[in-house]
Design a protein around this ligand. Sequence first.
Ligand SMILES: Nc1ncnc2c1ncn2[C@@H]1O[C@H](COP(=O)(O)OP(=O)(O)O)[C@@H](O)[C@H]1O
Ligand SMILES: [Mg+2]
Length: 256
Amino acid sequence: MTETAIQFEHVRKSFGNEVVIPDLNFKINQGEFITILGSSGCGKTTTLKMVNGLLKPSAGKIMVNSQQISELDLVRLRRHTGYVVQQIGLFPHITVAENIAVVPRMLQWDQEAIKQRVDELLTLVQLAPAEYRDRYPKQLSGGQQQRVGVARALAANPPTVLFDEPFGALDALTREKLQEEIKQIHTALQGKTFLFVTHDINEALFLGQRVMVMKDGRIEQFATPTEIVSHPATNFVRELLGTVQQNQALWRDFND
Ligand SMILES: Nc1ncnc2c1ncn2[C@@H]1O[C@H](COP(=O)(O)OP(=O)(O)O)[C@@H](O)[C@H]1O
Ligand SMILES: [Mg+2]
């Protein structure tokens, strides 16, 4: 049976008088790779931050693994939710290994377990441990820093990982490579729920098992890439697809 990992019920979010998200409803199953696609300012980051409690909904209910977020300990929730952002914010004065180990340390894992986990994660994100564990962030390329960011987010084995345009600042080739890798990582880890925000339709269709298309804080369509491409639900989705119709080759293989 599929378990619901994340559920929004009549979620509303306003900042002062501005209603950014009027009434958001969706369910995400455990283990799904979901992409959220929409233009700048449509409420993607706000949605993501409500999942890990960085922002509180103004109204409505958010459930994570059948528990209402408002009743959870937020520090605990955040430690059990990986978070990868564009400005990855590695700590500059500590090594790659120490950056990855931040959460396991807070959780007081023993030294040997931490060391093992760091090497395992570096391998997973395709950075040779011997070569990279003792480097400092400034000794890495942008793509390598994002890889460390992904490793850090996965460190304490969280069931849910949130990605907010993590590859947005990278060049096209590095970005494509990381897209391939993140997809493989999701498959390899089995059962983890990935929620990945992007404004890039190619990225959204390539990565998402289902894609949530947002506009002005509302869902225009939430469906598989194939469904979205073959049956766009609204004019907005149709227009969005129109912008890349010439680039079909870029969509590569869909997930379903
Ligand atoms: N802390 C905040 N205070 C006031 N307005 C905000 C705040 N955060 C986001 N907004 C507004 O909410 C809207 C959605 O923002 P955001 O979720 O960051 O969009 P996206 O990530 O899709 O670009 C924007 O109009 C933005 O200006
Ligand atoms: Mg954003």
